[in-house]
Design a protein around this ligand. Structure first.
Ligand SMILES: [Zn+2]
Length: 122
């Protein structure tokens, strides 16, 4: 069973993992407790390729408390090849190059105290 903790451990190692419902085949990421589709808890871990395209994005110029040194940065909702969408930090892509449909690839952003889901150039 994959939890948020193991999800981030895997992400830190560069592996993106989704979960698939054994009951109804719904794919979800990041891990959640119950299937949003059939309300069962019958997940199995599914390795994801990490390829996707930007579905939407926002440039964060005023960061939340404690992250002010990191701003400005962009976050994007990425539609993965497997069909699920995931929010992540944009890494190494200039803001003016960002556009809907831009191919990106999963890349973990590692800081001293945490792992952030990130997406860099494909
Ligand atoms: Zn389900």
């Amino acid at each position: 069973m994959i939890t948020l903790q193991t999800f981030f451990q895997e992400a830190r190692a560069g592996r993106l993992t989704g979960i698939r419902c054994r009951q109804c085949s719904e794919l979800a990421i990041p891990p959640k407790e119950f299937c949003p589709s059939c309300h069962q808890r019958a997940w199995e871990a599914v390795p994801l390729a990490g390829h996707g395209t930007i579905a939407s994005f926002t440039v964060i110029r005023v960061a939340p408390r404690g992250r002010t040194a990191e701003a400005p940065y962009a976050v994007a909702v990425v539609k993965l090849a497997e069909g699920v969408s995931l929010l992540g930090r944009v890494i190494d892509i200039p803001f003016d190059s960002l556009r809907i449909g831009l191919p990106v690839r999963f890349r973990p952003l590692l800081t001293a105290d945490r792992t952030v889901v990130g997406f860099g150039p494909a």
